[in-house]
Structure formats: C-alpha cells, structure tokens
Design a protein around this ligand. Structure first.
Ligand code: UT7
Length: 331
C-alpha cells in the first residue's frame, strides 16, 4: 500500500552541451528532416564532463530545496538509472551522500524507460511500510554513453538528463491509481548488454562493447498499445473526476500522435517536450513534469496522468493531483 503523499518539489538537471539534428548529419547518414518528421526530436543534451550521479544529485538537491523539507526528514530515496557509472553503491546511495542525508532507506530500481514510475510507486509504498514522512524519487540517464554513434537507427533518438520529485506524507492521497506491468520481451526488442568479462573459469568472451539495440517498429507497436491501454485503465479508476492532462514518457512524438488519433483525444492534453531532449529514458517523465510546471502548463488543481513504457517490456501509470502553485505565484 502507498502512503498518502503530496508532491512538494520538482526539478531537473540536464548537461550543458546541446547537440542538434544537423550536428548528427556529420556523424551518420541522416537528416534533420528525417529525424524531425519521424520522431519530433530537434535537439538533445549530451554529457561532456557531467556524470549520471552529478546530474541526479543536482536535480534531487533542487527539488528538496523547493519542497522546504529539511534533509534530515527524508526517510526514503529511490533512484532509477540504466546508465549509471557505478554498479554499486546505488545511485540512491550516491544522491544520499551528495545531499548529506545521514540516515534513510536508499535503493535503486531498474525498469528501463518505465523506471521513474516504478521508483515513484516504490517510494510511496516504502514510506508506508517503513513509516517515513518524506521521500526523494530521482531518475538520471546518460543514454549517450550507451549509444552506438555509428548506428543512425538509434543514435538520433536518445539524450541525457535527470529529474526528481520530493514526496511528503499528506492527509489526503495526491498520488493515485498506481499501475505497474511487465510482459516478457520474447523478441529482445530493446536490449543493452553489459560488456562481458573473462574470469579464470570462463571461456573466451566477446570483448565488443554493447550498445542500445532496438527493433524500432516493434517497440512502436508495443508503446502505442500500452499508452492507450494504461490511459484507459487510469480513466476508469478516476471515474467521475477524470484526469485532464497527460505527461507521457517522451520516446517519439509519433507515438503520442497515434494515441491521440486512436483515442480521439485532444493533442493539447498531452505535454510534449521531446523536441528539446530526445528520449531520456527513465528521466523523461520527471523532466517533462518539471518543464510542464515551469512553463505554467501544469498548475495547482490539475489532475495529471503519467504513463511510462520501455524495455522489459515494462509499463506503468499513475495519477497525480498537482498542488504546487504556478511558478510565478510561488515567488
Ligand atoms: O523508450 C522506448 C524506446 N524506443 C521507442 O519508443 C522507439 C519506438 N520506435 C520508433 O520511434 C520508430 O520505430 C523509429 C523512430 C525508431 C523508426 O521510425 P520508423 O518510421 O519505424 O522507421 P524504420 O525503422 O521503418 O526505417 C525506415 C527507413 C529505413 O530505410 P529503408 O530500409 O526504408 O531504406 C531506415 O534505414 O528509415 C531509415 N532510417 C533512417 N534514415 C535517416 C532509420 N534511421 C534513420 C535515420 N536517418 N536516423
């Protein structure tokens, strides 16, 4: 069971360097026109000096400062990444260290691009189980480190970034209707293999570094199915108080356009910022929430549906009753 929580802080951190579609034309046989038309992507942020830990800590720090919650009140940190620089300690442990939080539960979850929804629902559930009053949920991805920059079918699609939310126990639940699902990826439609290592007991290993490998059309079909299915399930759960806005995982604008058409929804209900960031995997939903709020698109009183989907094959959804006032009103 999840604790009744309210979102009190939201922040993002993206690497400074911006790589345009035109920049990619000199790396692979592609064009700004192809990328824009097929995906909606225009630019992406790419790490030069930044680390997944560094941008996660920065987003978490800013979200915590915004929440006004003292660091010592944080009882749970749940982080997600598929592209972190360390296998252990966890990214959550590194964020805990960076924020100087002396004692809390800290762990990572791994669920591909759905990672943030898994982390959010895990954090609210741990708050209930462990009787904690506040949590940080943070997603951070350096997709550029696992991108094959010679493969035009994938290198144009991804970007780097981090986003974080701070949850506080509240009288009434503002995080509602959790959905987490997974279906076996029988055809390996999205896989990132780890580099194999020889041991004194193993045979020879393939020392080729492995990158993101994706069967794009199959992922597209999966994505539109779960985006539509999850939105319908959330609509049923909401009953007479429907969600009016949607912040979906930003994988490809065409996925969103497809679902808008098939569900006969208004495109204006969907927040889309993929043009500026490309697909930042698990970080895309918190980055989008942050931009949605900063731009004034998301306001206190809005009921917003979140939907994620990704490797695994995983999917997830939840509804948030947003309470943070418009940025201009909070100053
Ligand atoms: O977070 C979840 C992870 N990923 C996704 O959600 C991605 C889901 N899938 C997609 O978004 C789309 O399938 C892609 C954007 C990946 C691909 O779009 P598509 O319309 O399905 O293109 P395609 O793979 O069918 O390729 C069409 C053509 C091919 O050329 P031929 O065989 O028709 O001559 C590709 O080689 O486009 C070619 N192509 C490119 N051309 C220029 C593939 N990538 C590029 C490129 N620039 N970057």
């Amino acid at each position: 069971m999840m604790a009744p929580v309210q979102i009190l802080g939201v922040a993002k951190c993206v690497p400074e360097k911006i790589v345009t579609n035109v920049d990619l034309e000199s790396l692979v046989d592609t064009s700004d026109e192809w990328i824009s038309k097929r995906t909606g992507i225009k630019t992406r942020h790419v790490a030069v000096e930044e680390t997944a830990i560094g941008i996660a800590a920065s987003a978490a720090r800013d979200a915590l400062a915004m929440s006004g919650i003292p660091a010592e009140e944080i009882g749970v940190i749940v982080a997600c990444t598929i592209t972190g620089e360390e296998l252990t300690p966890s990214l959550a442990g590194r964020v805990q260290k960076a924020l100087n939080i002396s004692n809390c539960a800290a762990m990572d979850v791994s669920a591909g691009c759905t990672g943030f929804l898994y982390a959010l629902i895990t954090a609210a559930s741990l708050m209930e189980t462990l009787h904690k009053d506040a949590a940080i949920v943070v997603a951070s991805e350096l997709m550029s480190k696992y991108t094959d920059w010679t493969d035009r079918s994938t290198c144009v699609l991804f970007g780097d970034g981090a986003g974080a939310l701070v949850l506080k126990r509240s009288e009434i639940a503002h995080l509602l209707y959790p959905i987490l699902d997974a279906t076996p990826d029988v055809d390996d439609v999205i896989v990132v293999k780890k580099e194999e290592r020889a041991t004194p007991f193993s045979g020879p290993v393939d020392d080729k570094k492995e990158y993101i490998r994706m069967k794009g059309a199959d992922v597209f079909t999966y994505a539109v199915g779960v985006l539509e299915g999850t939105l319908r399930r959330l609509a049923e759960q909401c009953g007479e108080k429907p969600y009016t806005k949607i912040v979906p995982h930003q994988a490809n604008e065409k996925i969103i356009d497809f679902v808008v058409r098939s569900m006969r929804m208004s495109r204006e209900q969907f927040f889309v910022n993929i043009a500026n960031y490309a697909n930042t995997s698990s970080a895309s939903i918190p980055i989008a929430l942050c931009d949605a709020w900063e731009s004034g698109w998301l306001n206190a009183g809005d009921r917003v549906a979140l939907v994620g989907f990704g490797s695994g094959l995983t999917s997830g959804g939840a509804v948030i009753d947003w309470t943070i006032p418009n940025k201009n009103e909070t100053k």
